[in-house]
Write a protein that binds this ligand. Sequence first.
Ligand SMILES: [Fe+2]
Length: 266
Amino acid sequence: MEPNELGRLKEWFSEYCRSFYAENEADNRNFSLKETHTHHVCENMNLLTGSLKLSPNERTVAEAIALFHDVGRFEQYRRYSTFRDDISENHAALGVKVMKGEGVLANLPEEERRAIYLAVSLHNVFRVPPAINGRDLLLTRLIRDADKLDIWRVFVEFYTMPESERASAVGLGFPDLPGCSREVLDCLARRELVNLSMLKSLNDFKLLQLSWVFDLNFPASFRLMVDRGYMDGLAMTLPKDGNLVNALGLIREYVAGKAAGGDGDA
Ligand SMILES: [Fe+2]
């Protein structure tokens, strides 16, 4: 990618975002949330790629992936008024369609275009397919970590904000019931990612977000998660019920061990 191309892509993205803002304040809050999220994910990406020994070109391609990873969110919200893929459509696949339809990557070498489409399309899959390897796997892991780090920021801010100021689509509409599901606790005990299909309540959803630690890839990601207080911030919003306290203890132990690791693949 030409060195000044990333600047052009960033301008395109800002312009694209602007085209979605309209009269409705609640809708604008949801668009603005995703625009801000994107900027933070780009910053996270730069921190992560800075912690690894990547070439300047790889770092630029990685930042372009961060810039476009959620480009499908805008069209998704405009069409369906939700960020729930399960009741609308896959926002990552939609994002690739948007990029192709708009021809925004037309100036990039074919190989970089392919790598960006692939990493964007895999940024939200439950598990990365085993066939993905080499540079594709590295870029996919990077965007998945950079994204999770900022989604934690969004949720921690969301849960501590008065309800009237919240962007409505963030909580995904789960009911705020007491306790949490056994199935979710069992999943955490196995150090596995919680699946959206297991969720019955907002507490389950918060535990799903914490289970993402089992899918983080780089020591720098674990360190950022701890240093920025996301672990504590999410834990604080959960009830102090015995089962939950145990589950949080296991998660904390796992994160502390990984954060202490050296740089490179965890
Ligand atoms: Fe996304």
